[in-house]
Design a protein around this ligand. Structure first.
Ligand code: NAD
Length: 297
């Protein structure tokens, strides 16, 4: 079997198109422009690239984009004051503090200082609790994008066996909650899981969020299963230079799976699209307007 390639780039373009249409309608009918503020502390090159492309796409869908860069040595008090200023700003509907933060800053404290209604990353403890209890919340972007692709490919996910590899707060745990919400039978595997290949072999859906390149191998995959590869790893090419690979070994998995997301061009583009979708959702909620359909969990 050769797997269907789930084209995250095309899917993300479609989602951004839907967001853009809703933004235009919001402006025309209600005179409201959704606003997203991104706070970047320090000079981490990867974070700078993410923040730049987030800003560009925010503007492309017609939203207001605000970027606050703070020095690597910024005090916690000054960063908290910045978040508070954005919490109080009625033109800002989404706030994202780019992670990781420098070591002297308490990430949990900073994230939990964001107004939960503006927490478009879905990392605030209130949103985590709401998601865990099946209530309306802001949903973390990477798992939300993965769920959208799974729903699009499968239709109903009800009753399917899902194995999520990775238990991080950012990807693994919220992904498992979302799959549970769609009535999958969910297993969370992690670094201490015994005989991971045999656990993965039970899965109709495998979500690889391991943070290690090409870890999930084709002979772990049940024939016809769907593989969602969340991983983004840069590895050396034998001929020199580097390339991006996922947490699944694409070649061997694609030979067995029914469907697979490539890296790059799979989950990655969906993450930013979902950030924009979350900002739109937050804006609609805060203004008491109907939320766009299909853009939330
Ligand atoms: P993390 O390091 O916080 O968590 C990794 C998880 O994998 C841990 O829970 C750990 O228990 C588990 N793990 C580690 N080694 C393992 C092993 N050998 N076997 C089984 N489980 C193992 O990482 P994260 O933040 O959850 O990110 C996971 C991956 O997703 C990374 O590659 C990251 O770059 C990528 N990522 C991509 C996006 C995106 O937009 N596509 C967003 C966030 C993260």
């Amino acid at each position: 079997m050769t797997a269907t390639v789930i084209d995250g780039k095309a899917f993300a373009a479609k989602v951004r198109g839907q967001v853009g249409e809703h933004v235009a309608k919001l402006k025309e009918e209600h005179g409201i422009t959704p606003g997203l503020a991104v706070v970047l502390v320090g000079e981490d090159p990867a974070s700078q690239v993410y923040v730049k492309s987030k800003g560009k796409m925010t503007v492309e869908v017609g939203m207001k984009s605000v970027e606050h860069r703070m020095d690597e040595t910024v005090s916690e008090a000054d960063l908290l004051a910045m978040v508070q200023k954005l919490n109080d700003d009625p033109t800002i509907h989404g706030i994202l503090v780019q992670l990781p933060l420098p070591g002297h800053l308490n990430s949990d404290l900073v994230i939990n200082s964001i107004d939960p209604a503006k927490d478009v990353d879905g990392f605030h403890i209130s949103n985590v609790g709401l998601l865990g209890t099946g209530q309306k919340s802001m949903v973390p972007c990477t798992p939300l994008g993965s769920l959208m692709m799974l729903r699009d490919h499968h239709g109903s996910l009800s009753g399917l066996n899902a194995v999520v590899i990775g238990r991080s707060n950012i990807v693994g745990k919220p992904m498992a909650q979302l799959l549970l919400g769609d009535s999958c039978t969910v297993t969370i595997a992690h670094s201490r899981t015994k005989d991971l290949p045999s656990v993965v072999r039970q899965a109709d859906i495998v979500v690889a969020a391991v943070g290690r390149p090409q870890t999930v191998l084709g002979d772990w995959i049940k024939p016809g299963a769907t593989v969602i590869d969340v991983g983004i790893n840069r590895i050396d090419k034998p001929e020199g230079g580097t390339r991006l690979v996922g947490d699944a070994d694409y070649e061997s998995c694609a030979a067995v799976a029914g469907a697979i997301t490539p890296v790059p061009g799979g989950v990655g583009p969906m993450t930013i699209a979902c950030l924009l979708a979350n900002t739109l959702t937050a804006c609609c909620r805060s203004n008491g307007l109907t939320e766009p359909e299909g853009l939330t969990a």
